[in-house]
Write a protein that binds this ligand. Structure first.
Ligand code: NAD
Length: 275
C-alpha cells in the first residue's frame, strides 16, 4: 500500500515544508489551501514533483491540488474524496492550517472569535473526522513502509501550553486543539488510528510576519523587531525554521517510529516552554 497524505494550509510556511518532507519520506501528498492561494498551491506541487523526479523510488502520483476552506466540513469531505480518487487510500492527515490575528481580548469582536475558532478548531475537527471516516472505511490495510497505524496530526502551538497577551483567542483555539487531539486519540485507538499534535514556538513564516507587526504595534516596536526581541529569550539560541517542525511531523509523526505514540502534543520550540 502506498503512503498518501493530505496537508492543509500547505501553500506556504510550515505546511509547505511538511509537504516537502513527506514527499522525501515516500508519501504522495494532497496540497490544501484556500482557493485564493491556488497559484502558491501549484508552485508547491511543482517543487514536490521536481524533488520526486530526482528520486529513484518506484513511481507514485506525487502531489495534487486540493483547494478548499478547512472550516467547511463539506470542503474537507471533498478534499478527502478527491485525494483518495487521485492518490489512493488516505493514510495520513496533517491538519496544519491556522490563523493568528493579534487582537487584545477587549477589542475582539464576536465575528473575530468565531473566525479564529472556525479555522483553528473546527478546521482541525473537520480534518480529523473526515479523514478518520475515510480511514475506517478502508479497513485494516497494510500501510507500507512498516507503518502499522493510520495517523492524524494537528497543529497546536506553544500558545496551547501558555497564553500570550494579544493572542488570547488564538491561545484558546490551540488549547482546544490539544483537547481535541486527546479526545480523538481516545476514540480512534480501537480503529488503529493514532492522533497527535505538534506545538511550534516562534517560526519564521508569513504568519509570524503578521504577529510581529501586531505585537509590535501593541508593545511599541518597529516592524521586524518583535521577532528579534522574542528570539533572544529562546534557550537554543535562535528562532525556528519550518524545517524544524517538518522534522517532527514528516520525520517522526508520519513514520513507523511513532506507531506507539498517541494523544500527545509535542513542543518543537527550542526550549521556550518545558512540559
Ligand atoms: P502561515 O500563515 O504561513 O500558513 C498558514 C496557511 O494556512 C496559509 O497558507 C493560509 O492560507 C492557510 N489557511 C488559512 N486559513 C485556511 C482555511 N480556512 N482553509 C485552508 N487553509 C487555510 O502559517 P504557519 O506559520 O506556516 O503556521 C502553520 C500552523 O502552525 C498554523 O496552524 C499555526 O497556528 C501553527 N503555528 C505556527 C507558529 C509560527 O511561529 N509560525 C507557531 C505555533 C504554531
Amino acid at each position: 500500500m502506498a503512503l498518501n497524505a493530505i496537508v492543509s494550509g500547505a501553500s506556504r510556511g510550515i505546511g509547505r515544508s511538511i509537504a516537502h518532507r513527506l514527499a522525501r519520506e515516500g508519501y504522495s501528498v494532497g496540497i490544501n489551501d484556500i482557493p485564493e492561494a491556488s497559484a502558491d498551491i501549484d508552485n508547491v506541487i511543482s517543487e514536490i514533483n521536481s524533488i520526486l523526479s530526482f528520486q529513484h523510488s518506484k513511481p507514485r502520483p506525487g502531489a495534487v491540488a486540493l483547494p478548499g476552506d478547512v472550516s467547511s466540513s463539506s470542503d474537507v469531505a471533498s478534499m478527502v474524496s478527491k485525494a483518495v480518487t487521485k492518490l489512493g487510500p488516505l493514510t495520513l492527515m496533517v491538519a496544519n492550517a491556522g490563523i493568528a490575528p493579534v487582537t487584545p481580548l477587549l477589542l475582539s469582536s464576536t465575528e473575530e472569535v468565531d473566525r479564529i475558532l472556525g479555522i483553528n478548531v473546527r478546521g482541525v475537527f473537520n480534518c480529523y473526522t473526515e479523514a478518520a471516516k475515510q480511514m475506517i472505511s478502508q479497513g485494516d490495510i497494510a500501510l507500507g513502509a512498516g507503518i502499522t497505524r493510520y495517523k492524524l496530526v494537528g497543529a497546536a502551538s506553544i500558545a496551547a501550553f501558555r497564553a500570550f497577551p494579544g493572542c488570547g483567542i488564538y491561545s484558546a483555539s490551540k488549547f482546544a486543539v490539544r483537547g481535541l487531539t486527546q479526545a480523538t486519540a481516545a476514540e480512534m485507538a480501537r480503529h488503529n488510528i493514532t492522533v497527535n499534535a505538534y506545538a511550534p514556538g516562534i517560526v519564521g513564516t508569513p504568519m509570524w510576519d503578521e504577529v510581529d507587526e501586531g505585537i509590535g504595534e501593541i508593545e511599541g516596536r518597529p516592524k521586524g523587531k518583535t521577532l528579534e526581541a522574542y528570539s533572544k529569550g529562546i534557550p537554543l539560541g535562535r528562532a525556528g525554521v519550518p524545517e524544524d517542525v517538518a522534522g517532527l511531523v514528516g520525520g517522526f509523526l508520519a513514520s513507523k517510529d511513532s506507531d506507539y505514540v498517541t494523544g500527545q502534543t509535542m513542543l518543537v520550540d527550542g526550549g521556550i516552554v518545558f512540559n
